[in-house]
Design a protein around this ligand. Structure first.
Ligand SMILES: Nc1nc2c(ncn2[C@@H]2O[C@H](COP(=O)(O)OP(=O)(O)OP(=O)(O)O)[C@@H](O)[C@H]2O)c(=O)[nH]1
Ligand SMILES: [Mg+2]
Length: 360
């Protein structure tokens, strides 16, 4: 899962990338590029399991992020979004759009004024137009091919889908907000339309906005109104300071600002959830670990995330939910109370399940 950080110049993308990188995973391979990395997904449940089992290693779930600069720093609005930029963003699974809401005279906004709603609309419109241009060209091409009598059935099916997309886009509706059949989803995977991707909007505010953060995000929420878009406040400058403190100091600092948890942690979890990702845990003396699955995956598919071999060698999964485990305090107690169960291949794994795979 790769998430592209996008936004206008001087919106705070690189600051956000850098503070996210502070949670860089220990398991992260050598950075492929300076602007690309794996980050840890914070999880208080995993921290608690680690405190109980005291293993040699704790391994968090991860997400891959990439800092994509390149929207032109020009006042010519038409020239903002180059083909090169749009090509770079297309192969991300989701976008993290940074909108500038902070004032800073030292770095003026390229459009002269700070207006997050305007910026959001510009990105949305550009992505809609880009998808629309693609859909129109497909419709034209399929029309021509149909006359040449090629693969008629497949072509007609695609044409129906393209018309459906076209209807939505011309009404200004993003493809993420319409219903898709499994066949539609294949076309989405192939063509990677921009408006089909989930989006997290980070509204980067100034320190003085903390108390009124909901007021700042409200108009954006009303403008967007989509289940596949999450809007979160970001205080990039404060987060940068927080990142330099140790845990105790952080708590004092956040209290001062009236924050009960790091907005950044909240944001990472939001992204994870929005992508339909869930975690199950494995525990033991060697390692406590959170594994990432897609919502709805069964026990056999989930076992394959640990090791591809486990798919064919799967026998059963021993499962207890984190909440039950914490309530009863030990695996033994859970077993006594019938909460540690043996599940078969088809069992749908739940977020927070603690699992031990029995395999041949
Ligand atoms: N006051 C204030 N300034 C900020 C904040 N976030 C970023 N800045 C300033 O804005 C400037 C640009 O921040 P970057 O993170 O480099 O912006 P960017 O989005 O990566 O910009 P490009 O890479 O040029 O597209 C820096 O000088 C920051 O100090 C913030 O939350 N508050
Ligand atoms: Mg940058």
């Amino acid at each position: 899962m790769q998430i592209g950080i996008i936004g206008f110049p001087y919106s705070g993308k690189t600051i956000l990338f850098n503070i996210l990188s502070q949670t860089e995973s220990d398991n992260s391979p050598i950075r492929k590029e300076i602007n690309q990395t794996l980050i840890k997904v914070p999880d208080a449940r995993l921290d608690k399991l680690t405190a109980i089992f005291n293993p040699k290693r704790k391994v968090n779930a991860t997400l891959e992020i990439i800092d994509i600069s390149g929207v032109q720093g020009t006042e010519d609005l038409k020239a903002q979004f180059t083909t090169q930029f749009l090509t770079k963003v297309r192969y991300n699974d989701a976008f993290l759009l940074v909108l500038r809401a902070f004032q800073n005279d030292a770095v003026p906004h390229i459009l002269g004024t700070v207006d997050p709603l305007r910026d959001l609309n510009m990105f949305n419109d550009e992505f809609l137009l880009n998808d629309l241009a693609f859909v129109e060209s497909r419709i034209e091409k399929i029309g021509k091919d149909l006359m040449k009598q090629k693969n008629k059935d497949v072509m007609k099916r695609e044409l129906d889908i393209m018309h459906k997309w076209n209807d939505a886009l011309t009404q200004g509706i993003a493809l993420r907000d319409i219903e898709h059949t499994p066949t539609d989803i294949k076309y989405i995977k192939n063509y990677q339309p921009l408006t089909a991707k989930p989006m997290i909007i980070a509204v980067n505010m100034g320190d003085e906005d903390i108390a009124k953060r909901d007021l700042v995000t409200e108009p954006l929420k009303q403008a967007i109104n989509s289940k596949k878009v999450v809007i979160e406040p970001l205080f990039a400058r404060i987060e940068k300071e927080l990142a330099e403190l140790d845990e105790d100091e952080k708590l004092v600092f956040m209290k001062e600002y009236g924050l009960d948890e790091s907005p950044l942690y909240r944001m990472i979890r939001s992204i994870y959830h929005l992508l339909g990702l869930r975690s199950f845990f494995t525990v033991g003396e060697d390692e406590c670990r959170a594994w990432t699955i897609k919502e709805g995956m069964n026990a056999q598919e989930s076992a394959a995330v640990i090791h591809t071999d486990f798919y064919n060698r799967f026998i059963r999964a021993e499962v207890v939910h984190y909440d039950d485990f914490i309530q009863h305090g030990s695996l033994f107690k859970c077993k006594e109370n019938g909460l540690l169960r043996l599940e078969g291949k088809e069992y749908i794994v739940k977020d927070g399940d603690i699992i031990n795979i029995r395999h041949s």
